[in-house]
Design a protein around this ligand. Structure first.
Ligand code: HPA
Length: 253
């Protein structure tokens, strides 16, 4: 895409976290509409651009916005993009997302490094894939990179929890009963993305590291009703902290 430029880390920016692009010394911006493998995104807060550039010394490819299973019912909607990032040379995918918190000690605005995920949807982005489909998911969120992410957040004085992300399909939010069930299953945060990209990235041989921003207490835990506006508002308020951690992580990658 740029002669001689090989990104090392792919960054997937979640809902409301697109501002991170200001931290990138950008060489090129390409709208997904010009990239046959990339998804069209219909969600507010997802711009739909691929940026190539550097954060510190690290060459990066940044997806400013992702597509979700719930947008068109295609569980492999991110497959083309993730495989293209692997083909470009990315060795790691740094995923971000907005999520609901299942833990009272992680109020809205908190950060959580993802240690593992639960796929609660019953579908898998590798449906129909034959080659290499029995992907080992142990250590899917790379333990070394997870440690590094937590250490970098600490250095930046940004509190960061560690926990398990559970993937629900959406687009409706979860019921309080579903959230009680998810808690029993061992989930700390809930969202509508990330797990499929992790499965695709592991299938493509890339490492994964993930950071969730809690934008609300999950259904039934906070007393409030839930809405996308709140996700965007909290993401906007917390985006400075998230950007600082992402920048420091990539600078020291
Ligand atoms: N549930 C699912 N996805 C979300 C939530 C939630 O509570 N908050 C932000 N994304």
């Amino acid at each position: 895409m740029i002669d001689g430029f090989k990104p090392k880390v792919a960054v997937v920016l979640g809902t409301g976290l697109g501002e991170f692009v200001a931290e990138v010394k950008t060489l090129k911006v390409v709208p997904y509409s010009e990239l046959p493998d990339f998804p069209q995104t219909s969600v507010q807060g997802h711009a739909g651009n691929l940026l190539l550039g550097h954060v510190g010394p690290t060459p990066v490819a940044v997806m400013q916005g992702r597509a979700h299973y719930y947008e068109n019912g295609k569980v492999d909607v991110m497959a083309g993009a993730i495989r293209a990032l692997a083909a470009m040379g990315c060795e790691t995918v740094l995923q971000t997302n907005a999520a609901g918190s299942l833990r009272m000690d992680m109020p809205p605005g908190s950060l959580m490094a993802i240690s593992d995920h639960i796929n609660f949807t019953g579908v898998n982005p590798l449906f129909g894939t034959v080659r290499g489909r029995f992907v080992d998911m142990i250590g899917a969120y790379d333990p070394e990179l997870l440690k590094k992410l937590l250490a970098v957040a600490k250095d930046e004085d940004v509190p960061c929890h560690e926990g398990v992300y559970i993937w629900f399909s959406g687009p409706s939010f979860e019921t309080p009963a579903e959230i009680r069930a998810a808690r029993v299953l061992g989930a700390d945060a809930v969202g509508m993305s990330t797990a499929p990209e992790t499965i695709l990235a592991r299938h493509a041989g890339m490492k994964v590291v993930g950071l969730s921003l809690m934008t609300n207490y999950a259904a039934g835990l906070g007393g409030d009703t839930l809405g996308h506006e709140q996700t965007l508002a909290v993401a906007s308020e917390a985006s400075g902290r998230v950007c600082r951690v992402l920048r420091a992580f990539l600078e020291r990658y």
